[in-house]
Every structure is written in C-alpha cells, then in structure tokens.
Design a protein around this ligand. Structure first.
Ligand SMILES: [Zn+2]
Ligand SMILES: [Zn+2]
Length: 313
C-alpha cells in the first residue's frame, strides 16, 4: 500500500512539474472581429511575467480574461506590469493593432521581431501620419516607450524581465509578406512553438517549414516541446490558388506528416496542436474543426483556444 501511495505521489509531482507554462489567449481569430484577433500571453506558470505572442487584440482580451477570473487585477495592471514584451510575427494589422492602439497607456518594454517586421512598424504604424512614434527609432519625435529588439535567425535571445528565451524562424506568408515563428523556452529548457501566419512549403515554394521541423524534432523526441501553436485559416474547399499564404486542415496534416518523418513514427500521437487564426464567416469555423477531426492520421490532440481562458501546458 505504501508503495502504491509513493508511486501516486511521485506521479502527481511529475504531473505538477510537467506543467510549465501559462498560456492566456487574448484573441484567437484571424479576422472578422476586431475584439478577438491573434494575441497569446505566454509565461512560466504562476509568475505573471508574459511575452505577448502577437498583439492583434490586447485590451478587449484582457477584459474578457478578467471576467473569466483568469486575472484578479485591473486591465491596467495586466497591460503595464504583466506583459513584459511583445513578439510580433509579421506586419499585418490583425497581429499588431492592439499594440498600436494601447501604446499611449502601455509601459516601457521591448518589441521582439525580425528586421523586416520592425521596418513595417517603423515605416507604417509608429509614424506621425498613422499614430505617434512610441518606439525608439524612426520619425521624430521619438517617444522611446518601446525598444526594438531584432531577432536573428536561429539565435537564442533573452526576453527582458522574464526567465524566457526566444529563437526566431522565418516563415513564408504569400506573395507580399514574410512572417515568423518563435520558439519560447523556459528556465528548464521546456518549450512552446508559436507560428505566425504561414503557408505550406509546397504552395509557397519554400523550405521554411521543413527547416523549422528539423530544428524542433529533437525537442519533441526529448519531450521538451509542450505544444505547437499553428494557424488554420480556411476549410479544405479553399482553392490552393487562393490561400494567400495560409493553411487548411489538409495542408496542416501534410506538413505535420513531414515533421513526423523527423521525430519517428507514432511520436506525435496525442501531441498538442493549438489551432490559431481561424477566419470566421458563415459556418467556416465548424467546418475547419470537423475537417481536422475527420482527417487526423497522426492522432494529434487538436486544441481550440478560447479568448480569456487560461491554459496550463
Ligand atoms: Zn493574420
Ligand atoms: Zn498575415
């Protein structure tokens, strides 16, 4: 009996240790509703030190999170004190408008992005014609609230005021935009992979996802990668010529089969795939969910995040 109790105790402790990240979706869609666009707070469990993965919706998402008792402080405290920095995947409005709109009330912090994304912020949004320059480079007057931190491909970088480290990867996102993924690691080297908008390599004529899969496959084999957050924007009926750099359920599976080739057969069974960036419209979201569940040869654990509802990973 004592042995059983001890085993149970060890198992439950392992379970506790296995939960390493808090993930709070502030917005989950890829359009159609300006109060619920891509933004996810990621942090070490119970620390309230977050990096915001994209920033489509900030304030409205914080308010929903407070209403669901995810936070027991004011929205101002979450915005100014809990969010320690932003990772911006690419320059599209549905990934950064919340950051721009809330900039007057925000506190001083860093924006982590590839140089091509910082150029979009600098030249198109933090300008006097569009808004004001709340960043530390570009048009005068420079208000110096945000500091641009340029990511370099495959290079680990510390997220200031957190115990998180990030590594950036380039993604292909249609003809006119380059996007990015980020691997977020905690002090125990556990990780979450977040991808901004991306097309499939075959459609984009790119190798970006193949390169990313090769990089993260060892982390999956070592059980260090907790989840992949990746977009599915359209149902399968969307023609491949009209994807505009996005994925369908079929293309996601096509890509993850390639990942499984590097991790070993059966290795992705029950692996958590958090589906982001669903584009609302008619019954499109229900169709996407149905198509993911009906064609799931790898037996992945598809998760659909809900605005304001904390997930522990
Ligand atoms: Zn988008
Ligand atoms: Zn986009």
């Amino acid at each position: 009996m004592r042995k059983i109790l001890l085993t149970l105790l060890l198992c439950s402790q392992n379970l506790l240790w296995a939960q390493s990240f808090d993930l709070i979706p502030l917005g989950v869609y890829g359009g159609g509703d300006e109060s619920n666009l891509s933004a996810y707070l990621i942090g070490e469990k119970d620390k309230n030190e977050f990096l915001s993965l994209d920033a489509g919706t900030i304030r409205a998402g914080i308010r929903v999170a407070i209403s669901k008792n995810t936070f027991d402080v004011t929205d101002e405290t979450v915005l100014k004190s809990y969010i320690k920095g932003y990772f911006i995947s690419h320059g599209h409005l549905d990934h950064l408008s919340g950051l721009i709109i809330n900039s007057p009330e925000d506190s001083k912090k860093n924006i982590y992005a590839f140089p091509y994304v910082i150029d979009v912020l600098k030249n198109n949004y933090f300008t006097n014609a569009s808004w004001s320059n709340f960043a530390n480079e570009g048009e005068s007057p420079i208000l110096n609230k945000y500091s641009y931190q340029r990511l370099e491909k495959n290079k680990l970088q510390q997220v200031e005021n957190t115990s998180l480290r990030v590594t950036g990867f380039e993604l292909s996102h249609g003809t006119f935009s380059k996007s990015a993924a980020v691997l977020v690691q905690n002090s125990a080297d556990e990780a979450i992979l977040y991808l901004g908008d991306t097309g499939a390599d075959r459609i984009e004529k790119s190798e970006n996802l193949a390169i990313l899969w090769q990089h993260i496959a060892p982390l999956i084999k070592e059980n260090k990668l907790k989840a992949i957050m990746i977009e599915v924007s359209f149902p399968n009926k969307q023609p491949e010529t009209a994807l505009y750099g996005h994925l369908t359920p079929k293309l996601l599976v096509e890509e993850l089969i390639k990942l499984e080739k590097s991790t070993g057969q059966g290795r992705l069974k029950n692996f958590k795939i958090i589906i982001t960036h669903l584009k609302p419209g008619g019954d499109q979201i229900e169709i996407i969910k149905k198509e993911l569940h009906e064609n799931n040869p790898l037996q992945l654990d598809f998760i659909f995040p809900i605005q304001g509802q904390k997930m522990v990973l």
